[in-house]
Design a binder for this molecule. Structure first.
Ligand code: PMV
Length: 370
C-alpha cells in the first residue's frame, strides 16, 4: 500500500525477447466499474490526466475476458498486425483505437510492438446493457500486456503489477484505470489519500464497511447504442467550462464525504453524494459550450419516482430505503442498494417501470465481495 510509483518506474529501455516467447497464447479478464465521484475533464488529453479525483465501485460480475494469440513479427520494421474479435465478430474500428493505445504505451511496453496480435474478447454483460465495455476492455488488454512483461522480465510484485496494469489501462480509457481491483478504486491526486495519484488507480486505504460489502447495481435501460456526444468530446468541453473551478473543488469535497461514508457504513451520505455527482455530471454537460443533454424524459421521470418512493416508504415504515441512483454519460439509470434490499427493489421496479423490467433491465451486479 505504501508503494508509490512514478511513470519513470514503468519505462522499459532495454529488453530481448527470449527464444521461447516467439509464439504464445495469453488470457486475461477485468471487471467494469461505476464511478461514484465522477471523472469528467482531463488536464492533459494524450496523457489522460484527470481534472479531478474519482472513486468507483468495481462491478465484479460484469467482466471482459480477452484471449490473445501473439506471433513474433516476421518483418520487425513493419507495424504489427492487429486483429480484434468481439464475441466472434471482427471489429476493425476497435483495431484503430487499440493501435492508438499501443502507441501511447510504447515507452512502457515496447515489446508489444514486436508481435502480431489476434484478440478474442467476450463480455459477461450483455451488449447494450448500459455498461460501457471500454473500461473492462482496456483493463483486460493491459492485463495481457503485463502478463507478457512478466514472461520477459520475470514476476513483478503485486503492488507494481496492479499499479502498472492500471497505468497502462488509463492510457486506453481513463475510467479503465479503476478496473483493476475490487471492491473500490480511487484515481487522481487527492489530499485525503496520500497514495492517490493521477497516474494510476489505488485501492481504498481502509476496509470497506460491512454494510457496503454486498452492493447491487441494477441498470434501468432507457437507451441502447451510440451516444449523441461521446465521452471524449465531453471531457474536452470542460477545458473552457464556466464552472470548471467550482467543479474541481466540489469533487474533492465529495471524495472526503464519500470515502468517510464507505468507511463508516453511512448509506445516507453515500446516497446524497452519489446522486449529487450523477446530477453534476449531467449539469456540466447541460452548461457546456456547446450544451447538450444525454438524459431522456424517462430518466428524469424515473428519478422523480424513486424520490417519491423513498419519501412514502420513510413516512410509512420509518426507515429510509438505501436505494440511490447514479448516471453514467448516458440516459440509463444505475440503482445502487444493499443486497438485502434486492427483493423490495425488484417489486418496486416491476410496479414502476413494468415494460422495462419485462425485457430491458440489467440486474444485480454485486460489487464488493471479491
Ligand atoms: O473513461 P472515459 O474517458 O470513457 O470517461 C468516462 C467518464 C465517466 O464514465 C462519465 C465517469 C467516470 O468516472 O467513469
Amino acid at each position: 500500500m505504501s508503494d508509490i510509483f512514478h511513470p519513470e518506474d514503468f519505462i522499459i529501455r532495454q529488453y530481448a525477447i527470449p527464444p521461447g516467447l516467439h509464439t504464445l497464447k495469453l488470457s486475461a479478464e477485468a471487471p467494469s466499474n461505476i464511478a461514484l465521484v465522477k471523472y469528467w475533464g482531463k488536464k492533459a488529453e494524450a496523457e489522460q490526466i484527470p481534472m479531478n479525483p474519482s472513486v468507483s465501485f468495481t462491478l465484479s460480475r460484469s467482466k471482459t475476458t480477452t484471449q490473445a494469440s501473439l506471433n513474433l513479427k516476421k518483418h520487425p520494421e513493419k507495424a504489427p498486425h492487429l486483429t480484434f474479435y468481439l464475441d466472434g465478430e471482427h471489429k476493425p474500428s476497435f483495431e484503430t483505437k487499440i493501435r492508438t493505445f499501443l502507441e501511447r504505451i510504447r515507452p512502457y511496453a515496447p515489446f508489444v510492438w514486436d508481435y502480431d496480435w489476434v484478440w478474442h474478447s467476450h463480455n459477461t454483460f450483455p451488449h447494450g446493457s448500459g455498461i460501457a465495455s471500454s473500461a473492462s476492455g482496456f483493463a483486460a488488454l493491459a492485463g495481457l500486456i503485463m502478463q507478457l512483461e512478466e514472461k520477459i522480465f520475470g514476476i513483478r510484485n503485486n503492488a507494481f503489477r496492479r499499479a502498472k496494469t492500471s497505468f497502462l489501462a488509463r492510457l486506453g480509457s481513463g475510467s479503465a484505470a479503476r478496473s483493476v481491483a475490487a471492491p473500490a478504486m480511487i484515481w487522481g491526486r487527492y489530499a485525503g489519500v496520500k497514495t492517490a495519484t493521477d497516474w494510476y488507480a489505488v485501492p481504498l486505504p481502509f476496509a470497506l464497511h460491512p454494510d457496503f460489502e454486498d452492493v447491487r447495481d441494477t441498470i434501468i435501460l432507457f437507451e441502447q447504442g451510440q451516444k449523441a456526444v461521446s465521452s471524449t468530446q465531453g471531457h474536452r468541453l470542460i477545458h473552457n467550462h464556466p464552472f470548471k473551478h467550482e467543479r474541481i473543488q466540489q469533487a474533492h469535497r465529495h471524495m472526503d464525504g464519500l470515502l468517510e461514508a464507505l468507511r463508516t457504513g453511512d448509506w445516507d451520505t453515500f446516497g446524497r453524494i452519489t446522486e449529487a455527482e450523477a446530477l453534476m455530471l449531467h449539469a456540466l454537460m447541460m452548461t457546456s459550450e456547446p450544451y447538450y443533454i444525454l438524459m431522456r424524459p424517462e430518466t428524469l421521470g424515473f428519478i422523480q419516482s424513486l424520490w417519491n418512493w423513498r419519501l412514502i416508504w420513510e413516512e410509512q415504515q420509518h426507515e429510509r430505503p438505501p436505494v440511490y441512483f447514479s448516471l453514467d454519460a448516458g440516459a440509463n439509470v444505475h440503482l445502487l442498494y444493499p443486497g438485502h434490499w434486492h427483493t423490495r427493489v425488484m417489486e418496486w421496479l416491476h410496479a414502476t417501470v413494468p415494460d422495462i423490467m419485462s425485457h430491458n433491465a440489467y440486474i444485480a451486479d454485486s460489487v464488493a465481495k471479491e
